[in-house]
Design a protein around this ligand. Structure first.
Ligand SMILES: NC(=O)c1ccc[n+]([C@@H]2O[C@H](COP(=O)([O-])OP(=O)(O)OC[C@H]3O[C@@H](n4cnc5c(N)ncnc54)[C@H](OP(=O)(O)O)[C@@H]3O)[C@@H](O)[C@H]2O)c1
Length: 233
């Protein structure tokens, strides 16, 4: 395995942070980012190892390249950040929609643009989408749209960045993630009843799938659902 940085955008919390912990524990240099410099530095310290934190707002894409200027060679770039936007087209919140669309589509792309010169033929990019792309719900208009766009972006990025590999991971609701750990029991049970493995997927399973997509050098252009068979129901 190469020796450059693992950069995890949206690595201060949740799935990104769990993946950062896994790579830091294995001795990699890790960069975690979030919106706030202080919070990113605190997360890096808590993760430990050779980890550092950088703060920037993906919804302000013009600021991104400067904030990444002293990141060295990059083996693996993970784009996991999200600001969830609950938005129905009948009660449309333009500001919320603009932030999420900018963050996931322009922000993710600008991070890749800024770090691309520091990647080599063994490097890989992993973007996080989600299964709202296939299973919309009232209020998911923006989330469904951006996750669908992540799915499409994989294809063009594979071509534009070749031989760098690009994949995306689309989790179902991850039961032990900070976003969902405290969900009402009724909702939890309803989700489990529609999940063939009889439970919700876990952060550890998402980390395992992420590392497979990043590290297996034959895997390119894949949109992987990590859902315990939910899409089969
Ligand atoms: N959790 C799930 O069950 C689930 C299900 C389906 C899909 N996903 C996808 O998996 C990914 C991770 O989800 P998660 O639940 O682990 O997320 P999370 O716990 O809400 O964490 C979000 C991360 O994004 C960062 N962030 C938020 N807004 C940002 C911005 N404007 N600029 C830069 N960084 C920003 C946050 O950093 P700060 O707070 O430090 O700013 C934090 O590190 C997301 O892309 C999500 O769509 C998750």
């Amino acid at each position: 395995m190469a020796s450059g940085n693992v950069v995890i955008v949206g690595g201060t919390q949740g799935l990104g942070r769990e993946l950062a912990q896994s790579y830091a524990d294995d001795g990699h240099e890790v960069v975690v980012t979030g919106r706030d410099q202080g919070r990113a530095e605190t997360a890096a310290k808590e993760i430990g190892g050779d980890t550092r934190g950088i703060g920037f707002d993906l919804a302000d894409p013009h600021s991104i390249a400067d904030r990444l200027v002293d990141v060295g060679e990059v083996d693996y770039l993970v784009l996991a950040a999200i600001e969830r936007d609950t938005n129905k087209v009948t009660e449309y919140d333009i500001e919320g929609a603009l932030r999420l669309v900018t963050l996931k589509l322009v922000g993710y792309s600008e991070v890749i643009h800024a770090l691309h010169p520091r990647m080599d033929e063994h490097s890989a990019v992993l973007m996080f989408g989600g299964l709202a792309r296939d299973r919309p719900y009232p209020g998911s208009t923006t989330v469904t749209a951006v996750n669908g766009a992540v799915t499409s972006m994989v294809r063009t990025l594979v071509i534009e960045l070749a031989p760098i590999r690009v994949n995306a991971l689309h989790p179902a609701i991850v039961g032990d993630s900070p976003q969902w750990i405290d969900m009402p029991a009724e909702r939890h049970d309803a989700l489990v009843s529609r999940t063939p493995i009889g439970r919700l997927v876990t952060m550890a399973e998402v980390v395992g799938a992420s590392r497979f997509l990043l590290e297996n050098e034959a895997i390119n252009g894949i949109n992987l659902a990590v859902d315990g068979g939910w899409l089969c129901m």
